[in-house]
Design a protein around this ligand. Structure first.
Ligand code: CA
Length: 321
């Protein structure tokens, strides 16, 4: 199960699947991304009450499912429904929808899959691995996995070692060596270092970069963006997953994109760089088209891969080179 040999060009990582076309993290969205030629399929991982690994972007459920109506009395005091409070069978009974806004009145992306339409379920990591490995066999490809350990400190408080459960499951399916087609990603630097140094993980690890204002973890992202911080990341990780806004600014004179130098600094530490998120319906500031955006990031600042909701468009652009 060695690394995808198609990776001569930058990697196309399907962000929550082909989420520009189908509700995020559903198996249909993953199968579509596979068919569109993505190199890696992303999984965000949270734990259920019975310690099953669920593929879900948030630790709570109400933005992408009908949990509010199905289990009206199971919210916590903060008014949110947590996947951790439900068993797998309950989670499987929910209908999954295109991501809704906080008010639950419309989809976040108005031109995507219709609001509260369709028949989709939450899926487990096991289901997604078997789908991917099955298609790898029938397609003679080696599309990889790109799991994210979500909110590890919160999961520890809940009494579950999410990273250990993830590594155990990956190992059960044959993913354990550095050149296997897996990147494990996490925003929490302390946890990702623990994955390498205490849990002995040999897989490729990617340190995600947030802004400190996002409240993702207690990691100091302003520090990680410095030369000293990147040198620390390189002690335990193979790559960096920054937000696109951390890689460029806009020139005052004519508004064209200008590199912040972060990709070059990361490369100097031997880190591969996979920024998020490339969206055709929410372009980065200063870009006229999805194609312009992809080509600037690849040819001007030389990223090594990209997370996208539209894997078909990224594959098409990168095939033109
Ligand atoms: Ca993610």
């Amino acid at each position: 199960m060695k690394t995808n040999p198609a990776a001569k060009r930058p990697l196309v990582i399907a962000h929550r699947g082909a989420s520009g076309y189908l509700p995020e993290h559903t198996l249909p969205a993953k199968a579509l991304a596979y068919g569109m030629g993505a190199d890696y399929l992303e999984q965000d991982i949270v734990a259920s009450r019975d310690d099953e690994l669920i593929v879900l972007h948030d630790i709570h459920l109400e933005s992408v499912s009908d949990v509010r109506e199905r289990f009206p009395h199971r919210a916590r005091d903060d008014g949110r429904w947590y996947a951790r409070d439900f068993d797998l069978a309950e989670l499987k009974s929910l209908r999954v929808f295109e991501r809704m806004n906080d008010a639950g009145s419309a989809t976040v992306f108005p031109n995507r899959f219709p609001y509260r339409s369709g028949y989709f379920q939450l899926s487990t990591l096991r289901e997604e691995i078997e789908l991917t490995q099955g298609m790898n066999r029938s397609s003679r490809r080696n599309v990889g996995l790109y799991p994210e350990i979500k909110s590890p400190a919160w999961h520890h408080e809940e009494g579950v070692d999410l990273a250990r459960l993830l590594l155990d499951m990956l190992g059960d399916y044959g993913y354990s060596e550095h050149d296997d087609a897996v990147f494990v990603q996490c925003f929490d630097a302390r946890e990702l270092r623990r994955v390498r140094e205490e849990l002995g993980c040999k897989l490729q690890l990617v340190q995600l970069l947030a802004e400190n204002s996002w409240g993702e973890s207690d990691t100091d992202y302003d520090h990680l963006k410095t030369a000293a911080g990147l040198a620390e990341v390189a002690e335990y990780a193979d790559g960096l997953g920054p937000w696109i806004g951390q890689l460029y600014t806009l020139a005052e004179i004519d508004g064209h994109p200008v590199s912040t130098g972060l990709v070059r600094m990361a490369h100097q530490e031997g880190l591969t760089v996979h920024p998020f998120t490339f969206r055709a319906d929410a372009l980065g500031a200063g870009f006229e088209s999805y194609a312009d955006m992809v080509h600037w990031f690849v040819e001007t600042i030389r990223i090594d891969g990209l997370f996208t909701d539209f894997p078909d468009l990224a594959v098409a652009e990168l095939s033109k080179k």
